[in-house]
Design a protein around this ligand. Sequence first.
Ligand code: F6R
Length: 260
Amino acid sequence: MEIVIQESAEQLARMAADVIEDVVRTNPNPVLGLATGSSPLPIYTELIRRHREEGLSFAHCTAFTLDEYVGLPAGHPESYHEVIRNEFTRHVDIDDARVFSPDGSADGLESAGERYDAAIKAAGGVDVQILGIGSDGHIAFNEPGSSLSSRTRLKTLTAQTREDNARFFDSLDQVPIHALTQGLGTILEARRLVLIATGAGKAQAVANMVEGPLAAFCPGSVLQLHNHAIVLVDEAAASGLTHSDYYRLSFDRKPAWQKL
Ligand code: F6R
């Protein structure tokens, strides 16, 4: 796991965008893993800018979101399928029909996870997966206690996650109770992971993920098992890390040929 500490979310976003741009420009059929939530928004802003100003094209890309609420009607503005469209994909040239989310509508929920994992596999697997982390250490909607080898499936959201996400709905009651989420085992299959975390509210979760034990209690700690995971954090999110001096040193001394 490589930990990169920078002052601003914009600097982190440019680094994440560099990784994604590299995949998009060098791979004939890139598969992107997209996350919703506030953390990746500066990354999408930067990618949209590169599309508009520098001709970065996503026309040959396929994308899979990490998760989807269960029970929201298709087209609901807070469904993650719509959110990712509004925040990123409709502003670039990716084909809408190649942006996939788990199917959280009522029919076929039991097999929706299996179908989603099969679709990711059929597309060739995710080349680069963007991630955020919840204040309780969750990634995607894998809440604490999630199996470290879990596959895409239905999860019950914790009271904390529902409260955190209530800001997007008119009231807490409207926040769905369940979600379909890529499993931790599914996420580990992506070839590269890029997690972004900003703000003091993420400091404890980041410390548990990076320096705590590998534990279902902190689902983010599963990144310790991945051979190409980058954790991009601002100073506030890094404030709980014990070895931040070492992370800064190794980033400063990184050989030029060894890209992120
Ligand atoms: C959303 C997702 C979640 C968020 C996490 C952090 O697709 O996967 O795990 O990344 O809840 O959310 P923000 O970034 O809003 O703090």
